[in-house]
Design a binder for this molecule. Structure first.
Ligand SMILES: Nc1ncnc2c1ncn2[C@@H]1O[C@H](COP(=O)(O)OP(=O)(O)OP(=O)(O)O)[C@@H](O)[C@H]1O
Ligand SMILES: [Mg+2]
Length: 227
């Protein structure tokens, strides 16, 4: 299998007041095309930071990142934006839904930045909303939805472009275990359909659905052994 993600020596520093904190300290990660991996680690260990780097939303302080063979942080901004818009689906830890827009419009949003045409876009939105079981709520705004429903809208929005890479940050973090299981079934289906999935979670039960688990600690990654 070929690598979709190949990152080496990734560091990320943040300024906190006058001190510089080293969140990622030269980590290496490689993910094959079609893999389903979970990234685990304590709060504040840098999981979301890593996800933002892997999703080309934020640059590392140093290091090299090859996505599908392309050195993305050496590429021009517009190339990075296009990769993001057409190939990567994000499920953010805090949903990031737009309160003024209804479910349909929230899910449609990333499609407007992609190269997908209008007629296909409508089809994609309806299909994604259907996949997460929210057809009946399609005209509702986020404020009228439960936490689990908002989470599902965030997932529909991530999958509507048919992404080859799905990055999901605590997608079950706000859900009861039954709803969480439903969400995991969705990810499994996406994986079966060929997507590469990188899922961030605190929950070892949720992580057990992945093919491989990676732990982030003290700015570095370790892989589970012996399974
Ligand atoms: N924009 C920023 N500016 C300054 N510090 C930041 C910024 N983003 C993150 N940090 C710091 O970097 C560290 C890692 O944050 P990050 O959000 O990646 O952790 P996390 O593992 O996702 O945590 P959680 O499990 O709580 O979501 C934290 O100490 C955080 O305060
Ligand atoms: Mg986080």
């Amino acid at each position: 299998m070929s690598s979709l993600i190949e990152a080496s020596g990734i560091t990320r520093d943040y300024h906190k007041g006058s001190t510089l904190i080293h969140v990622l300290k030269g980590l290496n990660i490689s993910v094959d095309r079609g893999e389903f991996i979970a990234i685990m680690g304590p709060s504040g260990s840098g999981k979301s930071t890593l996800m933002h780097i892997l999703g080309c939303l934020q640059s590392p302080t140093s290091g090299r990142y090859l996505l599908d063979g392309m050195d993305v942080f050496s590429a021009p901004d517009r190339v990075r934006s296009s990769i993001r818009a057409n190939h990567i689906g994000f499920v953010f830890q805090t949903f990031n839904l737009i309160p003024q827009l209804n479910v349909y419009e929230n899910v449609e949003l990333p499609l407007l930045y992609s190269d997908i045409g209008n007629s296909t876009a409508e089809e994609r939105v309806l299909h994604a909303v259907d996949q997460v079981g929210l057809k009946k709520r399609i005209n509702h705004k986020p404020g009228e939805l439960s936490g689990g429903e908002m989470q599902r809208v965030a997932i529909a929005r991530a999958i509507a472009i048919n992404p080859s890479l799905v990055l999901a940050d605590e997608p079950t973090g706000n859900l009861d275990s039954a709803t969480g299981l439903e969400i995991m079934k969705l990810f499994k289906r996406l994986h079966d359909d060929g997507a590469t999935i990188v899922l961030i979670t605190h929950d070892s039960e949720v992580a057990s659905h992945a093919q491989r688990r990676i732990y982030i600690k003290d700015g570095l990654l370790t892989e589970e052994k012996g399974i």
